[in-house]
Design a protein around this ligand. Structure first.
Ligand code: DOR
Ligand code: ZN
Length: 347
């Protein structure tokens, strides 16, 4: 008999569901595994108001299978024009669970992001007062800074001053990739946490250059060297509730990844929990998966833990080479390769 692992149904605290035909193509992957997900607002145009978030939530719900109980948890995109009034509306809405801070120009659809955080002080103060979490893409957009150092430099230049200025602000440093980020989160107060992706737990930067350039391993923050991957593994398997699951699954059409200027983003929603299970098993810490995947994020966001469960079976399967993405296709993580665990279909 194959080994099995039953967990409280997990949540994904960071996912890109896109919109239109792309949304329709990917949403069921996330909804099959997770009870809830924090949905990123980096659409074009970005989701900057409660009204836009509500309309986006309705578009997500409209394409879910009728039997699905998946709940999208919506976010707003922070701009320098964000008024404290919109934060108050968001807080009252019961619909918006966080605000996302993209430093302008740092990644996909971040052009409308923040150039100078000092221009957001009133919105940040409102978030601190109302307990609305700030989700941070923690990289500098400074061409003078090496791409592998952008997270560390962001922490030094921007994040340490930010948490000093707003000591009660709930902060999630998203998709952390370095030992510097782990250290920052560990030494910060309890209102500061981090999400960790499956790809940053499973791969180091060699994956980008294995026998040639591999665009499907390109994401931002970029994969780092092995010592950083190990620091992430230690963090997530320590049982510390400051570290929880956020896939950053970010679908892009194959043609825009296999391109002279390929987009950043790795798609993992098709096998997210299975991939995390591999990473935890590799560290001999499967027993720590449930807290990371199913408990700590809900606790941080002040939401109830899920009551249903899911079961993983230790049974190898092959991920599809491609999958539909509207009129195009996308290449998922591990395309055409084996994945050691399989999520049992709900009965
Ligand atoms: O790799 C990434 N892809 N990083 C991000 O920050 C954005 C995301 C996307 O939206 O494609
Ligand atoms: Zn993201």
């Amino acid at each position: 008999m194959n080994a099995t692992l039953t967990l409280t149904r997990p949540d994904d605290w960071h996912v890109h569901l896109r919109d239109g035909e792309g949304l329709r193509a990917v949403v069921t992957d996330t909804a099959r595994q997770f009870a809830r997900a924090i949905v990123m607002p980096n659409l074009t145009p970005p989701v900057t108001t409660v009204a836009q978030a509500e309309a986006y939530r309705d578009r997500i719900l409209a394409v879910l299978p009728a039997a699905s109980t998946f709940t999208p948890l919506m976010t707003l995109y922070l701009t320098e024009a964000m008024l404290p009034l919109e934060i108050e509306r968001a807080s009252r809405s019961g619909l918006i669970h966080a605000v996302k801070y993209y430093p302008a120009g740092v990644t996909t659809h971040s052009e409308a992001g923040v150039r100078d955080l000092a221009h957001c002080s009133e919105a940040l103060r409102a978030m601190e007062d109302l307990g609305v979490p700030l989700l941070i893409h923690g990289e500098v957009n400074d061409p003078a800074v090496d791409i592998f150092d952008r997270e560390r430099v962001f922490i030094e230049r921007h994040l340490i001053p930010l948490v000093q200025r707003y000591p009660q602000l709930k902060v999630v440093l998203e998709h952390i990739t370095t030992a510097s980020a782990v250290k920052f989160v560990l030494t910060a107060d309890d209102n500061v946490a981090a999400t960790v992706t499956p790809h940053h737990l499973l791969y180091n930067r060699n994956a980008l250059f294995q026998g040639g350039i591999r665009p499907h391993y390109y994401c931002l923050p970029i994969l780092k060297r092995e010592a950083h991957r190990q620091a992430l593994i230690r963090a997530v398997t320590s049982g510390n509730p400051k570290f929880f699951l956020g896939t950053d699954s970010a679908p892009h059409a194959r043609s825009t990844k296999e391109n002279a200027c390929g987009c950043a983003g790795i798609y993992s929603a098709h096998a997210a929990l299975e991939l995390y299970a591999e990473a935890f098993e590799g560290a001999g810490a499967l027993g720590k998966l449930e807290g990371f995947a199913s408990h700590f994020g809900a606790d941080f966001y002040g939401l109830p833990r899920n009551t249903q469960s899911v079961t993983l079976v230790r049974e190898s399967w092959t991920a599809p080479a491609t999958q539909p993405f509207g009129p195009e296709t996308l290449v998922p993580l591990r395309a055409g390769e084996a994945i050691a665990w399989r999520l049992q279909a709900p009965i």
